[in-house]
Write a protein that binds this ligand. Structure first.
Ligand code: ATP
Ligand code: MG
Length: 197
């Protein structure tokens, strides 16, 4: 599983998922758009339904990719422990791998119920070249790090480019560009939902 705000999903996410799928020979990668992201509560985030739809559009052509609504359908902020428990309940026999960026992995120790996380899934941190796990204070046996190409793309940069009128073609899938334009996401009049408490 790969959790994220996906506001919008971009080719960095997709390359990372594809790379880890191939490396670990995973049957399926389930993308899980977050509900109200508690770590980003101070900023505003696009409505979950738009982030869900963009994730579906971006992953539709890959038979090993799917999208789960567990986080956007759950009330309140998303905690990874709840996501993992839900996916475990829905897939009782599966071996779960949690794919996350090294940036997010570094914040893992601040997560709710961190000790139970290691029992629920194996963690795969996707990193930029030159990042060292020893700096993170994470247990080495529960975490695997792997380098992926295309790390320089971020959703923040994509949103800023839309605001500035710059193209996001080839940073995000074509259908996601079209979805952003169709619903005027990230433009001044975009239908954003404030997540401020
Ligand atoms: P934002 O800029 O809004 O924080 P983001 O690009 O980091 O967005 P998220 O939805 O926050 O995207 O990320 C979801 C997951 O994907 C996180 O674990 C994040 O670390 C990882 N990720 C983000 N960008 C990349 C990338 N270019 N390559 C690989 N993994 C990435
Ligand atoms: Mg991020």
């Amino acid at each position: 599983m790969m959790g994220g705000t996906f506001d919008p999903i971009h080719h960095g996410h997709l390359v990372a998922a594809s790379e880890v799928q191939a490396l670990f020979d995973l049957d399926e990668v389930v993308f899980v758009p977050t509900g109200q992201p508690w770590q980003k509560a101070a900023s505003s985030v696009s409505p979950g339904e738009h982030r869900y739809l963009m994730t579906v559009i971006a992953t539709a052509s890959n038979p090993r990719f799917s999208v789960s609504r567990v986080d956007i359908d759950r009330d309140g902020p998303t905690y990874t422990i709840d996501t993992l428990r839900d996916l475990r309940r829905l897939n009782p026999d599966a071996e779960l791998f949690f794919i996350t960026g090294a940036d997010a992995l570094s914040r893992i120790l601040s997560w709710k119920d961190v000790d139970e996380l290691w029992d629920l899934a194996h963690f795969i941190g996707v990193t930029r070249p030159g990042y060292h796990l020893s700096e993170s204070g994470l247990p080495a046996d529960g975490v695997t790090l792997t380098e992926v190409p295309a790390m320089a793309i971020s959703s923040t940069d994509c949103r800023e480019r839309v605001v500035e009128g710059k193209p996001v073609w080839y940073l995000v899938p074509d259908g996601v560009v079209q979805h952003i334009n169709k619903y005027r996401l990230y433009a001044a009049s975009a239908p954003v939902v404030s997540t401020d408490p």
